[in-house]
Design a protein around this ligand. Structure first.
Ligand code: 5GP
Length: 204
């Protein structure tokens, strides 16, 4: 998605070879118009599938799942990271290791909102190690619902997330795929810059 790649180039802060900060337009302050466009793009990619629910994890996936849910005309559910006192009912849950926070936590959703007969699209902001999305996929399996695919806004393709999900037979679509990055530069898969770099390395 060109407009997304441009914003990452212009405003993304690359903190290291593995961590990209997009707090000015996606993760802290949120560009609402861009998020709606992201939702429409997910609608375009997944609109032919009979999705009944979009699923994500709080907090950074919520706006994208909502935009995708609007585009697809279905509700979205966000998995909670801590069990609240209001969440007294039975839950599906799965353990997750956080890449950015370097800690383990459990995600859970109420059994009331997902079950056999549901067809699920998982949406999240980043695909990195894949731990969060594998946790969500486990929850979908446990519920008896069917997982139709995964949509993520930014994929760091140099990390193992995509291959982990594809090894489980899950179809993954990412709107911006980062081949490599380092402070001050970012290369996207499918971007002419990247093609140039690959060509140069082949010629060397
Ligand atoms: P995972 O490693 O499970 O694929 O990533 C889980 C979550 O960590 C993502 O949903 C995202 O919220 C966060 N995350 C992973 N890599 C990055 C990154 O480079 N930048 C930011 N801002 N968040 C990230």
């Amino acid at each position: 998605m060109k407009v997304l790649e441009e914003r990452i180039r212009e405003e993304g802060l690359i903190l290291s070879d593995t961590v990209l900060k997009v707090d000015s337009f996606l993760n802290h302050q949120v560009d609402t118009q861009l998020v709606l466009k992201i939702g429409e793009e997910f609608g375009r990619i997944f609109g032919h599938l009979p999705v009944t629910k979009v699923l994500t994890v709080e907090a950074s996936g919520i706006q994208f799942a909502m935009a995708a849910g609007i585009a697809l005309g279905v509700p979205f559910i966000y998995a909670k990271k801590k069990k609240a006192v209001t969440q007294a009912e039975d839950v599906y849950s799965a353990p997750v290791h956080s890449f950015t926070r370097q800690e383990d936590y459990r995600i859970s959703i109420s059994q009331k909102y997902l079950g056999p007969g549901d067809k699920v699209l998982i949406v999240d902001d980043f695909l990195a190690t894949g731990a969060a999305l594998v946790g969500l996929a486990d929850i979908v399996n446990e519920s008896g619902a069917e997982l139709l695919g995964v949509g993520c806004v930014i994929e760091k393709s140099f990390q193992e997330g995509r291959s982990l999900l594809e090894a489980r037979g899950i179809a993954v679509h990412a709107l911006a795929r980062i081949a490599s990055m380092s402070p001050g530069e970012v290369h996207f898969i499918g971007n002419p810059d990247t093609a140039e770099i690959i060509k140069e390395s082949v010629e060397c």
